[in-house]
Design a protein around this ligand. Sequence first.
Ligand code: ARG
Length: 270
Amino acid sequence: MRTASPRRYLMCPPAHYRVTYCINPWMDPRKPVDPAFALFQWEDLRDRYRALGHTVEVMDALPGLPDMVFAANGATVVDGRVLGARFANPERAAEAPAHLEWFRGHGHTDIQEPDHVNEGEGDFAVTSSWLLAGQGFRSSPLAHDEAQEFFRRPVISLELTDPRYYHLDTALAVLDDTADEIMYFPGAFSPGSRAVLQRLFPRALLATEEDAAGFGLNAVSDGLNVLLPRAAAGLFAPLRSRGFVPHAVDLSEFHKAGGSVKCCTQELRP
Ligand code: ARG
């Protein structure tokens, strides 16, 4: 029997969300974003979390930071400890101090400013046994050591090799963080990392290229409910047969910047 556990999420509204620069292959500043539709989609995601009984904290969006809606990248919080982010691209650099300020203003004291580039939960995923950490495009392998030391959890370093899956959370999602259950797209990883994933997660749900390209791995699970883009049609039946309840979400406006459900959601783990 699968059970949902109550979560606390941090989100940032798309008040200034646009595609004005290009730092991943999905972004094309010539393709306009519909700001009203983006806000509608974002509010729908927020309201679904609340309807499922989860707490959603909302931080203010800052002008000049169009990707700030992707709150997952701003920090990583495990066991109440906050590891700040350091962005690879100057366009997003100012998001990191904004997140630190939010945490300082909301009662968090165990906060570390990182020495090395890490894009928060974009590249860190938490299972019961490990902290899975992506590198290759954004986060530095040195940040993996830093995270291991700070969180006191074993880090498994994974190499991303396909620029479309530039963050770990575009290629892998944790389905049950009490039992090391994940789903991932093998094609996004180096042969060595693929073998590591196969060894650690022999029963993982493997996504097809098509579902990965529909941002199907950019999903959020509470242990029972899995929120994922409706475009990832092939994942719904396998999730159901494993006892999960998939919820189709439409975040198409955010796919234009290379992000979806998970990118918009930072989990605050007590
Ligand atoms: N445009 C953003 C970037 O390239 C998208 C970030 C998506 N976030 C994520 N957690 N994958 O940085």
